[in-house]
Design a protein around this ligand. Structure first.
Ligand SMILES: Cc1ncc(COP(=O)(O)O)c(C=O)c1O
Length: 474
């Protein structure tokens, strides 16, 4: 392949991607793939011979780009998946052209990662000592990184070296979450050998926030039973309702009881940039660790999570292992990123973060976030004004939890309908919304992450939900 071949293909790729992004809002948000299109991908035979780049781009344009997940469309309200920031899309090409391992060394990617981790910490107001953070594949991985550090600190305080001795013989380490804590926390606890049996679900108040009095009682009960309470996980935006815990009293209790406070800010931490809701985040800066996802509300193309840890040495002490083939006498005091997490070879995630933040600037990001929270509050108002719909939780950030409320239906019938609704709405292709259980009830949840969404899109969302409900129960 010559440089000119590559250049020509790259121009074609740029046109393909530009057209894709431009046409997206005019297409159905999502459509199920027909069997032939799906099977063409599933059953693709291993090619014996190669093909020219131009052919590959034709195949991508024909077989892949017409079948998106739907995020990227202004009427996609599902899960927590954002539209890609255009600057991040472009940066991805340059990053993969360089293709470094961002484990460590003296090259641009490593230094840029130090800078963007600091930027992320500054955006959300989390104290960031140099070396106290790194980019990860997402919050699931960031949570494993943070909780591993929490586990090792707690064990060390009990006279245990987990890295050397493992966990056998150590009294159970106990963590505290709420019923709305994301499943990645339980996964991390299981993976770290702590046992989900030792994860206590603490009650929440009527506002959905962790109840500090309930937390205190649970911690005291466990201490009295000879267990080792070590961790509290609070949320800066739960996935179900976007609820932000009241960090101040939780941080007080953690300080008093010497518990590690971890905050899951995967979806919602960047909400602190909106002056209208910033007060909800008071005390976030007191956490021992914060996991958050630039690939959610910032729109950095997947994948990009971030782990921020207050005490750099807890992180390095948990993960550092430098085999002789990776010695680097020239590394500065901080060493390599691979000493702070699980990955050795690490992708160049920093460039797409840098580009996304540099393109919008802090103020542009804050404007977009504020737009999303305002849209979410407006959606809440529209729901409350509609007798067929019921708002199920206060709109705290940009997730709106609601359900269809058909007059005369009992709870079982409402549950059955609201369980069926999201997929039926999705199939119509005009809006995309997902569902979940909130306590005992089935609900729909609309997540507003796209600043291009309009009020008319919100009205269409509700009209589609109601029309689908009428179709499902003629
Ligand atoms: C609140 C919350 N925590 C954690 C996660 C997991 O993050 P990731 O998918 O980046 O691993 C999510 C994903 O939606 C989330 O919303």
């Amino acid at each position: 392949m010559t440089t000119e071949d590559f250049r020509a293909a790259a121009h074609t790729a740029a046109d393909l991607v530009s057209d894709y992004l431009a046409e997206l809002p005019g297409r159905p948000v999502w459509q199920p793939m027909d069997a032939a299109a799906r099977n063409a991908l599933l059953d693709a035979p291993l090619p014996a011979d190669g093909r020219p780049l131009a052919d590959l781009l034709t195949a991508i344009g024909r077989d892949v780009l017409p079948h998106p997940m739907g995020n990227g469309h202004p009427r996609f309200f599902g899960w927590v998946n954002s539209a890609p920031a255009p600057a991040g899309v472009l940066a991805t090409l340059a990053a993969s052209a360089m293709n470094p391992s961002s484990a460590g060394g003296d090259h641009a990617d490593v230094h840029l990662e130090r800078a963007v981790v600091r930027w992320i910490a500054e955006l959300v107001g989390f104290p960031h000592p140099a070396g106290g953070g790194l980019l990860t594949s997402g919050t699931s991985m960031a949570t494993i990184v943070c909780l591993a550090a929490a586990r090792n600190r707690a064990a060390r305080r009990a006279g245990w070296d987990v890295r050397e001795d493992g966990l056998a013989g150590l009294p159970p380490l106990v963590g505290y979450v709420t019923g709305e804590t994301h499943s990645c926390v339980r996964k991390a606890v299981e993976l770290l050998g702590l046992g989900s049996r030792h994860l206590r679900t603490v009650a929440t108040g009527p506002d959905g926030r962790l109840d500090p009095a309930g937390l205190r009682a649970a911690v005291e009960r466990d201490r009295a039973a000879g267990l080792l309470p070590f961790l509290v996980v609070a949320s800066a935006g739960t996935v179900g309702t976007g609820t932000v815990d009241d960090f101040g009293p939780i941080a007080d209790l953690c300080a008093e009881q010497r518990l590690w406070l971890h905050v899951d800010g995967a979806y919602g931490a960047f909400g602190v940039l909106d002056p209208a809701i910033a007060h909800r985040y008071a005390g976030l800066e007191r956490a021992d660790s914060l996991a958050l996802d630039p690939h959610k509300w910032l729109g950095v193309p997947v994948d990009c999570g971030c782990a921020l840890v207050r005490d750099t040495e807890e992180l390095r002490g948990t993960f550092s292992l430098v085999p002789s083939y990776l010695r680097d006498e020239a590394a500065g005091a901080l060493g390599w990123f691979s000493e702070y997490g699980t990955e050795q070879t690490r992708p160049f995630r920093a460039l797409k973060v840098w580009a996304t933040i540099a393109h919008k600037g802090r103020d542009g990001i804050a404007r977009d976030i504020a737009r999303c929270t305002a849209l979410a509050r407006r959606l809440g108002e529209l729901i409350e004004a509609d007798a067929e719909l019921e708002l199920l939780a206060e709109v705290q950030t940009s997730i709106v939890a609601f359900r269809h409320r058909t007059p005369g239906h009992d709870e079982a019938a409402l549950d059955a309908l609201n369980r069926e609704l999201p997929v039926a709405v999705q199939r119509r292709g005009r809006v995309f919304v997902t569902g979940a259980r909130l306590g005992e009830r089935e609900m729909l949840r609309a997540c507003l992450l796209n600043a291009d969404t309009t009020e008319a899109d919100l009205e269409l969302l509700l009209a589609e939900v109601k029309a689908t409900a009428a179709e499902l129960q003629p």
